[in-house]
Design a protein around this ligand. Structure first.
Ligand SMILES: *Cc1c(COP(=O)(O)O)cnc(C)c1O
Length: 264
């Protein structure tokens, strides 16, 4: 039996949300306006990563939105997007050890380097192919998931900076508690990241851009915007709880069904 219930994904709403986030960032009046890294991991939170990636690219091509940078969780997700014809820059968030590294090179993906050993593996892979690879460096400022320890960079960073086949294009961190007001870790993480920004140039890291804000941080604290922001939830029209916003967003997914019975 086919049930008359289905999920409807409205891509016009998606691009409207994307444009609205862009306007929100622009309204704050900071120049340059932070870029948007559109998070489409986990099959775009169930909305269909290929369809979402294409819709954002088309909105940009028509001139109605800024050019997206896309982010996914692992190399395989990035490969799927490329095979479907997506041409925008694609940042891969995840730990590389669980993925097949060749995809990074064959499909022009930007990997995250989140440990000294990952940096060595990528340097080795890039050197053996005779190519140069741009990467983003992830710093663990308190989430305790992936990333270089924020308080140990003196030991770990110089070797990565010296890698002759890797170029660190950006440095980022991720907040553990952006949606939880009253949780002091948020400000602690931000302060640590600012300290990293100060320390990094002394350790030889220059001309990189910086990003930190997921949806919750984006709405909560403009000081977390840096050079780019990384909304996921907001794109799909989901506002993190407790955050009151001036953003005009629409839910992208809706469930439709047929009424089975009505009782008077
Ligand atoms: C999932 C994720 C995001 C997006 O988070 P939202 O709360 O959905 O905005 C941003 N950055 C990283 C590293 C993520 O893993």
């Amino acid at each position: 039996m086919v049930r008359p219930t289905h999920a409807v994904v409205d891509l016009e709403r998606l691009t409207a949300n994307y444009r609205e986030i862009g306007r929100y960032l622009a309204r704050a009046g900071r120049l340059p306006v932070p870029r948007i890294i559109a998070v489409i991991k986990a099959n775009a939170y169930g909305h269909g990563a290929v369809a979402v990636g294409r819709a954002l690219e088309q909105a940009a091509a028509s001139g109605s939105a800024v050019v997206p940078i896309l982010a996914c969780a692992d190399i395989e997700e990035g490969v799927e997007l490329r095979r479907a014809g997506v041409t925008s820059p694609i940042l891969v968030f995840g730990a590389l050890s669980v993925s097949n590294l060749a995809g990074v090179f064959d499909y022009d993906l930007t990997p995250t380097v989140s440990s000294p050993s990952a940096a060595q593996a990528l340097e080795h892979a890039a050197a053996s192919r005779g190519v140069h690879l741009g990467v983003h460096l992830k710093i663990d400022t308190g989430m305790h998931r992936f990333g270089f320890r924020h308080d140990n960079l003196r030991t770990t960073l110089p070797e990565v900076v010296r890698s002759s086949h890797l170029t660190i294009e950006a440095v980022y961190t991720h907040f553990a508690t952006a949606e939880q007001y009253g949780e002091p870790l948020f400000d602690v993480q931000r302060a640590r990241f600012d300290q990293v920004r100060t320390d990094a140039s002394a350790l030889g890291l220059q001309d990189v851009w910086w990003h930190a804000a997921n949806s919750g941080a984006l709405l909560r604290d403009q000081r977390t915007w840096y050079d780019a922001v990384r909304p996921g939830l907001l794109l799909y029209g989901v506002e993190p709880p407790t955050l009151d916003t001036e953003l005009d967003l629409y839910p992208v997914m809706s469930l439709r069904s047929r009424v089975a019975a009505v009782k008077g």
